[in-house]
Design a protein around this ligand. Structure first.
Ligand SMILES: NC(=O)c1ccc[n+]([C@@H]2O[C@H](COP(=O)([O-])OP(=O)(O)OC[C@H]3O[C@@H](n4cnc5c(N)ncnc54)[C@H](O)[C@@H]3O)[C@@H](O)[C@H]2O)c1
Length: 317
């Protein structure tokens, strides 16, 4: 059977699929040529990440397809229910990238509280001529230890982020209307484990009490953080979004940064992705990354092998 991994797959995934007897093709086929390619090569399984779209028309036009796999979490690029109704299996790997996204949140947080994002812009330009001025400009950093992290959306990534925060000595509070209570277990390198119990608070309470807010909700119709929510946050707080573009009102965010209400923001995802607004990209108080939350070798390895295991058990049964 043939598997087309159109948005790439880790070597570990390729190896696992080959070992299970699949022919794996990693050619990147352009969206408009996908239908032809799948039909000519009689592809059984199509694997995508977020780039390739698998819409009704493609599903209808490609009768050889038996399975659609998404390496990662969000399946906004796949007509999931339609595919299932037509008898196709649709799979993803929801847990494989949680720890990587959580670490990226902390890369933004630690970078933010010590102005690293701005220092990295200015040191190459003025580090030699104005070292003392820059040293003074970035002198008022703060520690994360002892501060409160407010997590909005306490699913897999929200909880993985809580684990990093707890390890860093932070207090954690969360708001998730669909998860009233949660237990988060921290495993340490020497086998020790500690379990923390949490109860959801209202979004308002989390916004008011937290020093830093991080979002881990799925894509939704309304903004989760708009002007009203930003106003509720503590003065000098910071906001991180490694969830989905469109859960924060970017215009309101820029206003909150310009007025000094927020100290900084960290964005891995953008409303107008893949062409983020220039005002966001150029803003001196935003630490930026180009949607790389899940882009670690470890997460990609886990994604590849998890996909391979699922494909093997579904198509080889
Ligand atoms: N930056 C990246 O590269 C990257 C990588 C993977 C996932 N993500 C994104 O991270 C987000 C979270 O992923 P996950 O695996 O933790 O999902 P998940 O389904 O495990 O958790 C999401 C949680 O959000 C809660 N929720 C939904 N609407 C809410 C609201 N309005 N307010 C508060 N809570 C709400 C749900 O109850 C759920 O517990 C998704 O948007 C996903 O697309 C980003």
């Amino acid at each position: 059977m043939k598997v087309l991994a159109n948005d790439g797959i880790s070597q570990s995934g390729v190896d696992a699929l080959k070992a299970a007897g699949f022919e794996i093709i990693t050619t990147k086929v352009a969206q408009e040529q996908l239908e032809n390619y799948i039909n000519e090569n009689q592809i059984d399984a199509l694997l995508v990440r977020s780039a390739t779209k698998v819409r009704k028309e493609l599903i209808d036009a490609c009768p050889s397809l038996k399975l659609i796999g998404r390496g990662g979490v969000g399946m906004d690029n796949i007509d999931v229910q339609y595919a299932k109704d037509k008898g196709l299996s649709v799979i993803n790997t929801p847990a494989s990238s949680s720890a990587s996204v959580a670490e990226l949140v902390f890369a933004h947080l630690y970078g933010g509280v010590r102005f690293l994002y701005d220092a990295n812009r200015n040191m190459p330009l003025e580090g030699e001529s104005k070292f003392g001025d820059l040293k003074k400009a970035y002198a008022k950093g703060v520690e994360l230890r002892g501060k409160t992290l407010g997590v909005i959306g306490f699913g897999r990534i929200g909880q993985a982020t809580a684990k990093v925060a707890l390890g860093a000595g932070m207090k954690v509070i969360y708001s998730d209307p669909y998860m009233e209570k949660a237990e988060v277990k921290l495993d340490f390198f020497d086998g020790q484990e500690v379990t923390f119990k949490f109860e959801s608070k209202s979004k308002e309470d989390v916004l008011k009490e937290a020093d830093f807010i991080t979002l881990h909700v799925p894509a939704q119709k309304e903004y989760v953080i708009g002007k009203a929510e930003l106003e509720m946050m503590k003065d000098g707080a910071a906001l991180i979004n490694a969830a989905r573009g469109g859960v924060i009102d970017e215009i309101a965010l820029i206003d909150a940064l310009d007025s000094g209400k927020l100290a900084f923001a960290g964005l891995d995802v953008f409303e107008s992705e893949p062409k983020p607004e220039i005002r966001i990209l150029m803003h001196p108080k935003i630490t930026l990354s180009p949607h790389i939350g899940a882009a670690t070798n470890e997460a990609q390895d886990r994604i590849g092998t998890e996909l391979a295991e699922q494909i093997d058990s579904i198509l080889n049964k």
